[in-house]
Design a protein. Structure first.
Length: 167
């Protein structure tokens, strides 16, 4: 149980955090931590100053970064589950399902007439989505492995990072 506590001799220049390992906290049974500030400083002012720009230090993520991260996460899972044989079939099936879902979302996005990508690239992405769906069924039936799906995802990730696919 955590609670803020004030103790005799503790001024507004210090904070005490007290906790107990039982539900019955009585004075003298809790553990405490005290933090002090220099005399004349307001604890809230120091805390506010330390945290004023905390959120602005967060990196800015673009749509490409978000897409890249989604592909990277699923590709890692596909790679990890591919080598596990029958013992990893559930993980492989889950990773394949998430990969199919990602490609379905991507195909839906590029099928929108307002999508700014060139029409040839949009058509290629839709084709890859259809291939991913069909190949995933083959992998689940035990007739193929997931390596082509991993390779396609890596090629897309390289494209999202403006790298050449052959590098």
């Amino acid at each position: 149980m955590l609670r803020w506590a004030t103790y005799p001799g503790v001024t507004n220049q210090s904070l005490s955090l007290a906790w107990c390992f039982t539900s019955d906290c009585r004075p003298g049974t809790e553990q405490t931590i005290e933090a002090s500030t220099p005399k004349g400083y307001d604890v809230n002012a120091i805390f506010k100053a330390q945290n004023a720009y905390k959120n602005s230090a967060q990196p800015i993520r673009t749509h490409r970064d978000t897409e890249y991260n989604a592909f990277a996460k699923i590709t890692r899972r596909l790679r990890a589950a591919t080598g596990d044989g029958l013992s990893g079939f559930k993980e492989l099936a889950d990773a394949l399902q998430d990969n199919r879902r990602l490609w379905t979302i991507l195909a839906g996005d590029v099928a929108d007439n307002d999508n700014p990508l060139p029409s040839q690239l949009r058509a290629q992405i839709i084709y890859l989505s259809q291939f991913t769906q069909a190949h995933s069924r083959q992998v689940l039936a035990g007739k193929a492995n997931a390596d082509p799906l991993v390779e396609i995802n890596i090629a897309i990730m390289k494209g999202l990072r403006n790298m050449e696919v052959g590098s």
